[in-house]
Design a protein around this ligand. Structure first.
Ligand SMILES: [Zn+2]
Length: 292
């Protein structure tokens, strides 16, 4: 058994109480240091690198592993560092005088860098220990997360059917990724905090101008997303984070893949954009914090 798998098994065994079976909703336990199993014998094995696949259907979309590797390099280079700083500062502010284990779910974790960095920042600045759990439907992303960041729990899972019992998490974050607020409400503790990141008006504007031009720029607003968030959570803070980031040509594919789906840019046009010459891009992110 690989070291990573053994580490992941230890972590999951210690935290198995948070899980519920994605098939029958029964409680789960780690069995034989290698699989999560419910009392009705629905069994989910840990992979070699230590993630567990709790998705019960075959995936509809096949994601490109290469794209997640490129995204991983971008994250490692600090593309999201200012965003992670703001989120961790808010969490630390909420965690004053807490010495219990804080449970944080990243719903739509991708290749896992945000969760890793948040855990690091928070644990460095507080007495809190943080149990980080990342889920994503893209196995290709979760694979990288487990390979790179073994001290967190990683699952391939559907956010529309979160494999967790009710009211398990102090914090849930959902970064530039689709939400399922009914499920987030269910697995968030009473008084817990929901953190959602949405693109702002100027986000990746260099790419948008390439597609739509300066004048014929497609109107873009996140008002509806914010309204939708407010239907489920009482907003306690909204932070806007704007900065420029240097971008190497070979990272363009990963950047373009991050463009919001709502821009409606066709795949062939996205391919063209790989050749555009850009040295830096604008990051404009709106972070919503809300209480259950
Ligand atoms: Zn079951």
């Amino acid at each position: 058994m690989s070291n990573k798998k053994r580490l992941a098994a230890q972590l999951m065994a210690a935290s198995s109480a948070i899980f519920r079976c994605p098939v029958c909703s029964a409680a789960m336990e780690l069995q034989h240091v290698k699989s999560l199993e419910c009392i009705n014998r629905h069994t989910f094995d840990l992979s070699k690198v230590g993630y567990v696949n709790l998705f019960t259907h075959s995936p509809k979309v096949k994601y490109e592993k290469q794209m997640f590797e490129a995204r991983h390099l971008l994250c490692q280079a600090g593309l999201f560092a200012p965003m992670n700083q703001v989120i961790s500062d808010y969490m630390i502010h909420e965690l004053v005088d807490t010495d219990q284990v804080i449970k944080l779910l990243d719903a739509g974790c991708g290749e896992g860098s945000h969760l890793f960095h948040l855990k690091k920042y928070v644990e460095r600045k507080t007495a809190s220990r943080l149990l980080g759990v990342g889920i994503d439907l893209a196995k290709e992303g979760v694979y990288i997360a487990a390979r790179e960041y073994p001290n967190l729990i990683w699952c391939v899972a559907d956010i529309a059917n979160c494999p967790f019992r009710d009211r398990q998490f102090h914090f849930i974050m959902n970064i530039l990724s689709p939400a399922n607020y009914a499920e987030f409400q269910r697995v968030l503790m009473n008084g817990g905090t929901m953190i959602k990141v949405v693109p702002g008006k100027q986000h990746l504007q260099e790419i948008r101008e390439y597609f739509y031009g300066q004048t014929a720029r497609k109107a873009y607003t996140n008002d509806r997303t914010i309204q939708r968030f407010q239907d489920d959570f009482r907003i306690t803070a909204i932070e806007r984070v704007t900065y420029k980031a240097a971008i190497a040509q070979e990272w363009m594919a990963a950047v373009i893949q991050m463009t919001p789906l709502s821009w409606g840019i066709a795949a062939e046009k996205q391919q063209q954009a790989l050749r555009m010459e850009v040295n830096e891009i604008t990051m404009d992110l709106t972070i919503l914090f809300g209480k259950k």
